[in-house]
Design a protein around this ligand. Structure first.
Ligand code: 5GP
Length: 200
């Protein structure tokens, strides 16, 4: 069976990073697509693990070389999904998880309509604000910008296939696993099982 292209988005502070990490820990068959970005690493982030950290010139060179499936300007920095043989890997049956912003996800959806588009919501806007502030890495200006963006992004959630309220990491991850199980059972993904040639 062709692998699943799983695209997860959610407003900043929705906790999508933690939920995706749990999925990857619990489901070793799912591979994470490491994005490239021009933003600076946060403390503890390692080049080639969380992201490929590129200069703006390097990022532009990757664009010119056609290395991205999609890229977007998010909060003043560039982020992009490297093509990195995604199509071949899916055809080999590998599942690939993309954790990207809404602009990127909509671009991928146009190119890959058989992907699974999952939108994470915070339990409430108050909780979202608390989570972004609690991260402690934002300046007041970037906090304000991220909150305003979050509200605009949530509206784009209507374009996705599935919505999950991240009230707890375990619940959200369990729901994503249930979605993946159901998707793997879709008739359209299992047409080979209906190939009854040779059976009377
Ligand atoms: P952060 O800087 O907090 O790691 O990520 C900021 C935003 O960029 C998040 O919404 C994240 O999902 C998004 N993002 C991360 N990688 C990519 C990517 O490859 N493409 C796009 N379009 N957005 C990305």
């Amino acid at each position: 069976m062709r692998g699943l292209l799983i695209v997860v988005s959610g407003a900043s502070g929705t906790g999508k990073g933690t939920v995706c990490k749990k999925i990857l820990d619990d489901m070793p068959e799912v591979a994470y697509s490491i994005s490239a970005t021009t933003r600076l690493p946060r403390p503890g982030e390692v080049d080639g693990k969380e992201y490929y950290f590129l200069s703006r010139d390097e990022f532009q060179a990757w664009i010119a070389d056609g290395k991205f499936l999609e890229f977007a300007d998010v909060y003043g920095n560039f982020y992009g999904t490297p093509l990195n043989k995604i199509e071949e890997r899916l055809n080999r049956g590998e599942d690939i998880l993309l954790e990207i912003d809404v602009q990127g996800a909509l671009n991928v959806k146009r190119k890959c309509p058989d992907g699974i588009y999952i939108f994470l919501l915070p339990p409430s806007l108050e909780e979202l604000k608390r989570r972004i502030e609690g991260r402690g890495t934002e300046t007041p200006e970037s906090l304000h910008r991220r909150l305003a963006n979050a509200v605009a992004e949530i509206k784009i959630g209507l374009e996705y296939d599935y919505v999950i309220v991240n009230d707890s990491v375990d619940n959200a991850a369990a729901q994503i696993k249930a979605i993946l199980t159901a998707e793997r059972c879709k008739v359209a993904r299992n047409l080979d099982k209906f190939d009854l040639e040779g059976v009377d």
